[in-house]
Design a protein around this ligand. Structure first.
Ligand SMILES: NC(=O)c1ccc[n+]([C@@H]2O[C@H](COP(=O)([O-])OP(=O)(O)OC[C@H]3O[C@@H](n4cnc5c(N)ncnc54)[C@H](OP(=O)(O)O)[C@@H]3O)[C@@H](O)[C@H]2O)c1
Length: 276
């Protein structure tokens, strides 16, 4: 066997860093925040792997990115399926190169009605919102650790800090996601792998289109993605926005429970009456 040549490895790494784009794997890239994040990342020089279930939409986005001079690869998968996520990352790495940035953004929001509680529905949502991110991290992290660099980004929600009315499963899934990534952030210090948790408030996307209740401080998509991109670029540990709502959410954690319930229940009644 030929002896290992450090100078060869050095020049290979140097030429790769000079000639190849960094690679981003973005889940939930077929609509809303993920789609716009993928487009912006491509504009900033990333080769982007686009993951979601609706393949046609991923193909359209990939074509638009390529037409604009970028590089994109549709990697259709259901993030609730561990093998599909692993295969999608393997495909991205084979065609684009090792993943430098993971944006675990895919998510769904559903009402949880306590009078018709169905654990199977809660499990299904957890599988998408929490395990979907975990499957992707599990697949990309070993390579990042080996290379001594990488960035893991979780798209959580301000709904993950407190239990909200009729949102038990969604709040729980996002809370689990925040805590999981927060632990990783501490454990990965000094490894070269950074972790960012982004917790947005309400943003105009397909996910919020169906909401009947009031959505205070609702953000336009572009506004939200501006903030998310800033957090990614600067490798912020935590980015919560918009400020008035995130401040309220943080205070709510130290409110006496009876006061919190009274305030939160008002939102519940509005939902029940289908008010806007
Ligand atoms: N909009 C808000 O107000 C808001 C606020 C806080 C946090 N968030 C979070 O932001 C993230 C993006 O949401 P959005 O507002 O942009 O909603 P969206 O427009 O509905 O996008 C959701 C994305 O997730 C993908 N997805 C859902 N289930 C999937 C599955 N099983 N496998 C693969 N992909 C799946 C969807 O793609 P396919 O359907 O094609 O699979 C879609 O691309 C979510 O995690 C959401 O919880 C949103």
């Amino acid at each position: 066997m030929a002896p290992f040549r450090w100078e060869g490895a050095f020049f290979f790494a140097l030429s790769r860093s000079l000639t190849m784009s960094p690679v981003a794997f973005v889940t939930g890239a077929s609509s809303g925040l993920g789609r716009e994040l993928a487009r912006r990342l491509a504009g900033e020089g990333y080769a982007v792997a686009l993951a979601a279930r609706r393949e046609e939409r991923l193909r359209e986005l990939a074509a638009a990115i390529e037409d604009a001079g970028g590089r994109a690869l549709p990697c259709p998968c259901d993030v609730a399926d561990r093998a599909q996520v692993h295969d999608a990352v393997a495909r991205a790495e084979a065609e684009l190169g090792p993943v430098d940035l993971l944006v675990a953004n895919a998510g769904q929001s559903e009402m949880t009605e306590p009078h018709r509680l169905d654990a199977a529905e809660v499990e299904r949502l957890m599988r998408v919102n929490f395990f979907g991110a975990l499957y992707a991290v599990e697949r990309v992290l070993p390579g990042m650790l080996e290379r001594g660099r990488g960035h893991l980004v979780a798209v959580g929600s301000l709904a993950g800090y407190n239990g909200l009315p009729l949102t038990a499963a969604y709040s729980a899934s996002k809370g689990a996601l925040h805590n999981f990534f927060e632990s990783l952030r501490i454990d990965l210090r000094g490894t070269g792998v950074d972790v960012t948790v982004i917790t947005p408030g309400y943003v105009k996307t397909e996910l919020t289109e169906k909401n009947l209740h009031t959505m205070p401080f609702l953000l336009e998509l572009d506004e939200a993605v501006d903030r998310m991109m800033r957090a990614i670029r600067t490798r912020r540990r935590l980015a919560s926005f918009p400020r008035p709502l995130s401040t309220l959410v943080w205070w709510a954690q130290v409110f006496p429970a009876a006061l919190y319930d009274r305030i939160a229940a008002r939102q519940d009644r509005r939902k029940a009456h289908g008010q806007d």
